[in-house]
Design a protein around this ligand. Structure first.
Ligand code: FES
Ligand code: FES
Length: 165
Protein backbone atom coordinates (compact mmCIF):
# COMPACT_ATOMS: atom_id res chain seq x y z
CA UNK A 1 0.00 0.00 0.00
CA UNK A 2 1.04 3.64 -0.43
CA UNK A 3 1.43 5.53 2.85
CA UNK A 4 1.84 9.31 2.73
CA UNK A 5 3.87 10.67 5.67
CA UNK A 6 6.16 13.55 6.53
CA UNK A 7 9.54 11.93 7.10
CA UNK A 8 12.26 14.15 8.51
CA UNK A 9 10.35 17.26 7.38
CA UNK A 10 9.88 16.00 3.79
CA UNK A 11 6.57 14.72 2.41
CA UNK A 12 7.10 11.19 1.06
CA UNK A 13 5.02 8.17 0.08
CA UNK A 14 6.14 4.98 1.77
CA UNK A 15 5.54 1.77 -0.14
CA UNK A 16 4.91 -0.96 2.44
CA UNK A 17 2.65 -3.75 3.62
CA UNK A 18 0.13 -2.46 6.17
CA UNK A 19 1.45 -4.85 8.83
CA UNK A 20 5.15 -4.36 8.05
CA UNK A 21 7.02 -3.03 11.12
CA UNK A 22 7.75 0.66 10.64
CA UNK A 23 11.42 0.10 11.60
CA UNK A 24 11.96 -2.02 8.47
CA UNK A 25 10.23 0.50 6.22
CA UNK A 26 12.25 3.43 7.57
CA UNK A 27 15.49 1.53 7.19
CA UNK A 28 14.63 0.85 3.54
CA UNK A 29 13.84 4.54 3.09
CA UNK A 30 17.22 6.00 3.91
CA UNK A 31 17.13 6.18 7.72
CA UNK A 32 20.13 4.12 8.90
CA UNK A 33 19.79 5.38 12.48
CA UNK A 34 16.61 3.30 12.94
CA UNK A 35 17.87 -0.14 13.93
CA UNK A 36 16.14 -3.50 14.30
CA UNK A 37 17.26 -5.31 17.43
CA UNK A 38 14.93 -6.95 19.96
CA UNK A 39 11.78 -6.33 17.85
CA UNK A 40 9.81 -6.48 21.12
CA UNK A 41 9.63 -2.82 22.07
CA UNK A 42 12.14 -3.32 24.85
CA UNK A 43 15.59 -2.07 23.83
CA UNK A 44 15.02 1.38 22.28
CA UNK A 45 17.22 0.80 19.21
CA UNK A 46 14.36 1.54 16.80
CA UNK A 47 13.00 4.66 18.55
CA UNK A 48 11.65 7.49 16.40
CA UNK A 49 9.45 10.49 17.10
CA UNK A 50 5.93 9.90 15.81
CA UNK A 51 4.00 13.17 15.95
CA UNK A 52 6.64 14.32 18.49
CA UNK A 53 6.24 11.27 20.78
CA UNK A 54 9.07 8.71 21.10
CA UNK A 55 7.85 5.26 20.01
CA UNK A 56 9.41 1.87 19.36
CA UNK A 57 9.00 1.67 15.59
CA UNK A 58 9.36 -2.14 15.67
CA UNK A 59 5.91 -2.27 17.32
CA UNK A 60 4.18 0.14 14.92
CA UNK A 61 2.61 -1.35 11.77
CA UNK A 62 3.42 0.87 8.80
CA UNK A 63 -0.29 1.10 7.91
CA UNK A 64 -0.94 3.08 11.10
CA UNK A 65 1.30 6.05 10.32
CA UNK A 66 -0.63 7.49 7.36
CA UNK A 67 -0.41 11.30 7.35
CA UNK A 68 1.73 11.36 10.49
CA UNK A 69 5.06 13.09 11.09
CA UNK A 70 8.10 10.90 11.69
CA UNK A 71 11.46 12.22 12.86
CA UNK A 72 14.46 9.92 13.05
CA UNK A 73 17.83 10.50 14.63
CA UNK A 74 19.29 11.02 11.13
CA UNK A 75 17.45 14.37 11.03
CA UNK A 76 17.25 15.13 14.77
CA UNK A 77 21.04 15.16 15.12
CA UNK A 78 21.13 18.51 13.31
CA UNK A 79 18.96 20.15 16.00
CA UNK A 80 19.89 22.34 18.98
CA UNK A 81 18.14 19.86 21.26
CA UNK A 82 20.50 17.11 20.08
CA UNK A 83 23.54 19.27 20.85
CA UNK A 84 22.24 20.08 24.34
CA UNK A 85 21.46 16.42 25.08
CA UNK A 86 24.87 15.24 23.87
CA UNK A 87 26.62 17.99 25.87
CA UNK A 88 24.68 16.85 28.96
CA UNK A 89 25.54 13.21 28.32
CA UNK A 90 29.21 14.08 27.77
CA UNK A 91 29.32 16.03 31.02
CA UNK A 92 28.01 12.93 32.82
CA UNK A 93 30.74 10.84 31.18
CA UNK A 94 28.31 8.91 29.00
CA UNK A 95 29.86 7.31 25.93
CA UNK A 96 27.01 5.92 23.87
CA UNK A 97 28.02 2.79 21.98
CA UNK A 98 25.35 3.47 19.36
CA UNK A 99 23.23 0.36 19.87
CA UNK A 100 20.17 2.06 21.35
CA UNK A 101 21.25 5.71 21.29
CA UNK A 102 18.02 6.83 19.59
CA UNK A 103 16.00 5.51 22.55
CA UNK A 104 18.14 7.38 25.05
CA UNK A 105 18.28 10.60 23.07
CA UNK A 106 14.57 10.76 22.22
CA UNK A 107 13.58 9.88 25.80
CA UNK A 108 15.80 12.72 27.04
CA UNK A 109 14.20 15.01 24.43
CA UNK A 110 10.73 14.15 25.72
CA UNK A 111 11.82 15.21 29.21
CA UNK A 112 13.52 18.41 27.99
CA UNK A 113 10.63 19.66 25.91
CA UNK A 114 8.15 19.18 28.74
CA UNK A 115 7.59 22.48 30.55
CA UNK A 116 7.13 20.68 33.88
CA UNK A 117 10.44 20.09 35.67
CA UNK A 118 10.56 16.41 36.70
CA UNK A 119 12.03 15.02 39.92
CA UNK A 120 15.10 12.78 39.73
CA UNK A 121 12.81 9.85 40.52
CA UNK A 122 10.49 10.73 37.64
CA UNK A 123 13.44 10.92 35.23
CA UNK A 124 14.56 7.53 36.50
CA UNK A 125 11.13 6.02 35.85
CA UNK A 126 11.12 7.38 32.31
CA UNK A 127 14.63 6.16 31.48
CA UNK A 128 14.83 2.88 33.39
CA UNK A 129 14.07 0.62 30.42
CA UNK A 130 17.10 2.15 28.67
CA UNK A 131 19.86 1.38 31.15
CA UNK A 132 22.32 -0.82 29.33
CA UNK A 133 25.78 -2.23 29.01
CA UNK A 134 27.22 1.15 28.01
CA UNK A 135 25.31 3.37 30.47
CA UNK A 136 24.01 2.58 33.95
CA UNK A 137 20.75 4.19 35.02
CA UNK A 138 22.18 6.67 37.56
CA UNK A 139 24.69 8.01 35.02
CA UNK A 140 21.98 8.26 32.39
CA UNK A 141 19.78 10.25 34.77
CA UNK A 142 22.76 12.52 35.55
CA UNK A 143 23.19 13.10 31.80
CA UNK A 144 19.54 14.12 31.43
CA UNK A 145 19.80 16.47 34.42
CA UNK A 146 22.95 18.11 33.01
CA UNK A 147 21.12 18.54 29.69
CA UNK A 148 18.17 20.15 31.51
CA UNK A 149 20.56 22.52 33.27
CA UNK A 150 22.23 23.48 29.98
CA UNK A 151 18.85 24.08 28.41
CA UNK A 152 17.74 26.18 31.39
CA UNK A 153 20.92 28.23 31.14
CA UNK A 154 20.23 28.79 27.47
CA UNK A 155 16.66 29.88 28.25
CA UNK A 156 17.99 31.89 31.22
CA UNK A 157 15.72 29.91 33.52
CA UNK A 158 16.59 28.66 36.99
CA UNK A 159 16.08 24.94 37.27
CA UNK A 160 15.91 23.26 40.65
CA UNK A 161 15.61 19.54 40.36
CA UNK A 162 14.06 17.87 43.36
CA UNK A 163 16.36 15.19 44.76
CA UNK A 164 19.52 17.02 43.69
CA UNK A 165 21.97 18.39 46.27
S1 FES B 1 14.06 -3.14 18.16
FE1 FES B 1 12.40 -1.94 18.75
S2 FES B 1 12.59 -1.70 20.88
FE2 FES B 1 14.16 -3.09 20.35
S1 FES C 1 23.67 3.18 23.35
FE1 FES C 1 22.37 1.62 24.05
S2 FES C 1 23.68 -0.02 24.71
FE2 FES C 1 24.98 1.65 24.15
Amino acid sequence: MKIPVTLNKTKVILDAQADEPLVKVLHKNGCPSVKSACMEGACGACTVLLNEVPVASCKIPAGLVKDMEIITLDYFEKSDFFTIIMDGFNKAGIKLCGYCNSGKIFSAYQILKNTKIPTRQEIKEQMKHLSSCCTDLETLVNGVIYAMQLQAKRLKRVTKIEGEK
